[in-house]
Ligand binder design. Structure first.
Ligand code: SF4
Length: 193
């Protein structure tokens, strides 16, 4: 019986993998919209949630698992469309900071993946928590295998310090103050506690 159970679990795992890969392909196919391709949509989504230490082409390439060359081409095309702007980072003229333009922000409001986000929200709370946990665990395994950054948010980072007394929090890595809005954004230097 134990062997039968093990076989069933392997079949269930293979079936989950099949469904997961098909789901990700179908979601990616929806990203051919509004004159953009999937790589361009992914870049816009990244810039909407990346903090000011992570809005560089290099960090974006690591988050997306893309090469630097492909990411540069994607950024260039978004710049030409007026969806992204580039500026030298303050304190380091060699680094380029990327930002969404107003047009870029507006186009993200029509993100085709919003319907899928609604489907996740519509799951029963217990299932939503389990789904979130399972996806987090699977993503962490893949990140660990590839030795890529976790791209987490501040409150789970070892460099994060809460100051209290209503004062802004602090990042020990960048010696910088963090607003409550900053704390919600993902970071290329995040290291889990
Ligand atoms: S506390 Fe961690 S996640 Fe937040 S900005 Fe600093 S390094 Fe990044």
């Amino acid at each position: 019986m134990a062997k039968r159970g093990g076989d069933d679990e392997m079949v269930a795992g293979a079936e989950s993998l099949r469904q997961f890969t098909r789901l990700s392909r179908l979601l990616r196919a929806r990203d051919h919209s509004k004159g953009l391709n999937p790589a361009q949509w992914e870049a816009l989504r990244y810039l909407a949630i990346a903090n000011r230490f992570s809005n560089t082409p290099g960090a974006m390439a690591r988050y997306l698992g893309a090469t630097k060359g492909t990411t540069s081409q994607t950024v260039l095309s978004l710049e030409k469309k007026g969806l992204v702007s580039k500026q030298a980072k303050s304190g380091d003229q060699r680094q380029t900071g990327l930002a969404l333009t107003d047009t870029g922000l507006a186009i993200l409001k029509g993100d085709a993946l919003a319907a899928f986000a609604d489907d996740i929200e519509a799951l029963k709370p217990k299932m939503r928590r389990r789904f979130s946990r399972a996806v987090s665990d699977l993503l962490a395994s893949e990140i660990g295998r590839l030795e890529e950054p976790s791209f987490g948010v501040c409150n789970s980072c070892r460099y994060f310090r809460e100051v209290g007394n209503g004062e802004a929090s602090h990042c020990m890595k960048f010696s910088a103050s963090l607003s409550s809005a900053d704390e919600m954004l993902i970071c290329v230097e995040h290291v889990a506690r």
